[in-house]
Design a protein around this ligand. Structure first.
Ligand code: IVH
Length: 669
C-alpha cells in the first residue's frame, strides 16, 4: 500500500476527530452542532481520502461504522470478570432486608446507595484498548458471550474512540444496556408491517434479534441505542460507583441522567415509587430500578454469591404481564381495507386496567407465536399502554385445537379478502365496504385532519348505515338533508345545527389537512404537509408521475406508488372534484403566497404562554412563513417568550426584529 502524504494524513485525522465529535454531540448529548448536510460532506471527504489512501483506514474511523462484512458465526468471548446477573426484589420489605444484610456485612458506617433505572434491554460489554473500541459482546451465559463487535460498531452512541488522554482510562471495559426507544420501535414495526415483513413483539425482543444479525448493514438501519452503567479496568484510583458514572460520561458514553445517590433505604424506596408512577413518561421501557452500593470498597467487602453480587439488587415494578385465555380472533377492517386480526380475551387485569382485546397485527404474527383459539396466552402491557399478546403457554394448550386459518371473506361486507405477494396484511377488495367507508370518514373528520367537531364514531356510523353518507364528499351536501337529520333519534335541531356548522367551517382548513384527510395510504400528516408545500395544487399532484413524486423530500417509492394509485382511481378523482366544488382548499404554495408572512423566517425562543411552539409554528407556516432553529442574518423575526436566553442576545446583536406574543398575534390576524 502506498504511504499517504502527510497532508492527507493530517486532514484524515482531523476529519475523524470532528466526525467523532459530531456523533457524540448528536447521539450522546442530543445537541447537534451542524446540519446533516455538513456532516455528510465531512464524511464524504473522509471516505474519499480513505479510498485514495487505504492505509489511512482504521477500524475506529467513523467511516467504518457500517463497514463490517457479514459474520457467518460469532466468535465466543470469555467475560473476565463474568457479567453478573442481579437478584430480584419486589417489595419494600424485600429491599429493607437487602439494606439490613448490607449493613451487617460492611460493619460500621452507613452505606450510600446509587439508585438507577433498570433498562429493559440487552446487556452488552465493550472493550477498549489504547482508547479504541476493540471488542463488543453479548452477555451470553454471563461467562461466555458472542463477539458482536461489527454490530455494536454501528450503534452511533457507542464511542469508537474514548474522549480521554488519561493513560489509565484507555484500557477499560464498559458494560451497559442496548435498547430501542418505543417510538423508534413502533415506526420500525410499522414500516416492516407495510413492507410485508415480520413485526417484532417488543423493543427488547427487537434489540436482541437485531444484535444477533449477521449483516452489520442491517443492524445499522435499526434504531439501537445504549446506556453505560458499569466501568471496569483502570485498576486503582476508583472509589465510588457514582463517580464511575461521571467518568463514563466524560469518556463519551451515554449515561442515563436519572440515577440518584441515596443516603437511606427510604430514599431508595421513594425513587422506586416515583419511577413506577413515571415509567411511561420515558421514551424507553424500564422494568424496575437497580440499587447499587456506592462505595467500591464496600462492594468488595460484600462480594458475590453464585452469579449475583451482594452489593446490588434489582428492585422490580409490579409485573404488567398476565396470563389469560384466547377466546377467539375477530377481524377488524381499517379505512384502506386492511384486515387486522384482534385477540378476544378472557378479561384479565394487567397494569391497572382490564384487558379483553389486543391487536394481533397480521397472520404472520399469529403463526410466529403459534396462537390457537383456546390457548393460554401471555398479555403484556408495554410503556405505550397498548396491550399485546406476547406469547403462548404450550403446556396449557387444550386438546383438539387447530392452527388459525384466515377467513376467506370480509366480516363487514362479505367480499373476498386477499393478500398480495410479499404483503403481511390481508385486504378487503370492496372499496364500498361499510367498515372502510366508516374508517375513511372518521379519519377525514378527526382532529389532526379536518377537525370536524361532533363527527365521531357514533355519528359516522349513523350516517353511513342510513346511506346518508357514502364518502367524504357527501358530507358537504348534508346541509340539504337537514330535515332528515333533525328527525333522527338523539340528533335534534341543536346538535344537527352544530354538526352542519362544523362541517361548513371545515372548508377553510388548509390544503395539507385536506390532503391528509383523504386517507391516501402511507400519506401521514407529515408527508401531506411536504406534498402541500411542494405541489401548487391537487391537480398538479394528481398528474405527478412516480418519478416526479420521488423528487419530493420524505417521499419514497412506496408513498409515490400509493399516491399515483390513489389518483388513478376514477372514484377518488370524482370525490376530489366534488370536494373542490364544495370549496375546500386544494392549493398549497399558491395559497400561502398570499399569506402576510410570505417568505419570512422566524425563530422561536423562550416559553410562550398563549401558544404551544407547535401551534405557533403551524400559524407561521399557514401564513406563508417558515420556522428555523437558529438565529442568523436571514431571520426576519425572533418571537420571544418568557426567559428567552442566548437566541435573544444573538438577535439583538444582529439587529433582528424581536416581537412579543401579542405582537405576533397582531401580525397574523
Ligand atoms: S448493573 C452486577 N445496572 O439487568 C451488575 N444492570 O440481571 C449487573 N440492567 O443483565 C448489572 N439496567 O442487563 C445494571 N442500570 C442497570 C441496569 C442493569 C438494566 C440489566 C442488565 C443485567 C440485568 C440484571
Amino acid at each position: 500500500m502506498p504511504p499517504a502524504p502527510r497532508q492527507a494524513l493530517q486532514r484524515a485525522e482531523q476529519l475523524r476527530k470532528e466526525l467523532h465529535d459530531h456523533d457524540y454531540r448528536y447521539y450522546v448529548l442530543a445537541e447537534p452542532a451542524i446540519a446533516d448536510e455538513q456532516y455528510d460532506r465531512l464524511m464524504r471527504e473522509l471516505q474519499d481520502l480513505e479510498t485514495e489512501y487505504p492505509v489511512l483506514r482504521s477500524p475506529d474511523s467513523p467511516t467504518q461504522r457500517v463497514g463490517g462484512e457479514p459474520t457467518k458465526e460469532f466468535r465466543t468471548v470469555t467475560h473476565d470478570p463474568p457479567m453478573l446477573s442481579l437478584a430480584n426484589t419486589y417489595s419494600e420489605e424485600d429491599i429493607r432486608d437487602f439494606d439490613r444484610r448490607v449493613r451487617e456485612l460492611i460493619g460500621e458506617g452507613n452505606p450510600l446507595y446509587v439508585a438507577e433505572l433498570k433498562f429493559d434491554g440487552i446487556a452488552i460489554a465493550l472493550k477498549y484498548r489504547d482508547g479504541a473500541l476493540v471488542q463488543g459482546a453479548t452477555r451470553g451465559d454471563g461467562t461466555q458471550g458472542d463477539d458482536i463487535t461489527n454490530n455494536l460498531r454501528t450503534v452511533r452512541s457507542v464511542p469508537l474512540v474514548l474522549r480521554t488522554k488519561v493513560k489509565a482510562l484507555m484500557n477499560i471495559e464498559v458494560r451497559g444496556e442496548a435498547f430501542m426507544n418505543r417510538k423508534d420501535f413502533d415506526a420500525m414495526n410499522a414500516g416492516r408491517s407495510a413492507a410485508g415483513e415480520k413485526v417484532f413483539i417488543n423493543p427488547r425482543n427487537a434489540t436482541a434479534g437485531t444484535l444477533k444479525m449477521q449483516d452489520p448493514k442491517v443492524v445499522a438501519s435499526r434504531p439501537i441505542q445504549m446506556y453505560a452503567y458499569f466501568l471496569l479496568g483502570p485498576g486503582k484510583g476508583l472509589t465510588r460507583h457514582s463517580s464511575n458514572l461521571e467518568t463514563l460520561r466524560a469518556l463519551g458514553f451515554p449515561v442515563n441522567s436519572n440515577s440518584k445517590v441515596c443516603r437511606t433505604i427510604d430514599e431508595v424506596i421513594e425513587f422506586w415509587k416515583r419511577w413506577e408512577q413515571k415509567r411511561d413518561s420515558l421514551p424507553y421501557d424500564i422494568d424496575g430500578i437497580v440499587v447499587k452500593v456506592d462505595s467500591l470498597l464496600q462492594q468488595e467487602t460484600l462480594g458475590t454469591i453464585a452469579k449475583s453480587p451482594r452489593w446490588a439488587v434489582a428492585f422490580k415494578f409490579a409485573s404488567r404481564k398476565a396470563q389469560t385465555r384466547l377466546k377467539g380472533i375477530a377481524l377488524q377492517v381499517g379505512r384502506v381495507g386492511t384486515v387486522t386480526p384482534v385477540a378476544e380475551l378472557e378479561p384479565v387485569f394487567v397494569g391497572g386496567t382490564t384487558v379483553s382485546r389486543a391487536t394481533l397485527h397480521n397472520i404472520d404474527y399469529i403463526r410466529e407465536l403459534d396462537l390457537r383459539i383456546g390457548d393460554a396466552v401471555v398479555v403484556e402491557k408495554g410503556g405505550d399502554v397498548i396491550p399485546k399478546v406476547s406469547g403462548m403457554v404450550p403446556s396449557l394448550r387444550p386438546k383438539g385445537t387447530a392452527p388459525y386459518v384466515m377467513p376467506a371473506s370480509c366480516p363487514a361486507c362479505g367480499s373476498r379478502i386477499y393478500r398480495e405477494e410479499g404483503e403481511a396484511n390481508y385486504f378487503c377488495e370492496n372499496a364500498e365496504c361499510p367498515a372502510q367507508v366508516q374508517g375513511r370518514i372518521e379519519h377525514f373528520a378527526h382532529r389532526g385532519a379536518m377537525d370536524i367537531e361532533g363527527l365521531g364514531e357514533a355519528a359516522v356510523e349513523t350516517l353511513v348505515s342510513l346511506k346518508l353518507v357514502r364518502n367524504v364528499a357527501d358530507l358537504y351536501s348534508l346541509a340539504g338533508r337537514k330535515k332528515t337529520l333533525v328527525a333522527l333519534e338523539r340528533w335534534g335541531e341543536k346538535s344537527t345545527g352544530n354538526l352542519l356548522e362544523a362541517i361548513a367551517r371545515s372548508r377553510t382548513q388548509p390544503f395539507r389537512r385536506v390532503l391528509f384527510g383523504l386517507g391516501i395510504r402511507h400519506v401521514g400528516s407529515g408527508v401531506a404537509k411536504v406534498l402541500a408545500e411542494s405541489f401548487s395544487s391537487i391537480d398538479t399532484l394528481a398528474e405527478a408521475t412516480e418519478e416526479e413524486l420521488h423528487l419530493t423530500p420524505q417521499v419514497g417509492p412506496k408513498i409515490a406508488e400509493s399516491i399515483v394509485h390513489f389518483f388513478a382511481d376514477k372514484h377518488n378523482r370524482e370525490i376530489v372534484r366534488r370536494l373542490k366544488e364544495a370549496g375546500l382548499s386544494m392549493t398549497g404554495a399558491a395559497r400561502s403566497k398570499e399569506g402576510r408572512l410570505n417568505g419570512k423566517t422566524f425563530v422561536l425562543t423562550g416559553t410562550l404562554s398563549s401558544y404551544t411552539r407547535e401551534e405557533a409554528g403551524h400559524l407561521i407556516e399557514e401564513n406563508g412563513g417558515k420556522v428555523v432553529s437558529s438565529v442568523s442574518s436571514n431571520t426576519a423575526y425572533l418571537l420571544a417568550g418568557e426567559d428567552a436566553g442566548s437566541k435573544l442576545a444573538k438577535a439583538r446583536g444582529l439587529g433582528i426584529a424581536i416581537i412579543s406574543e401579542e405582537e405576533f398575534t397582531r401580525l397574523i390576524r
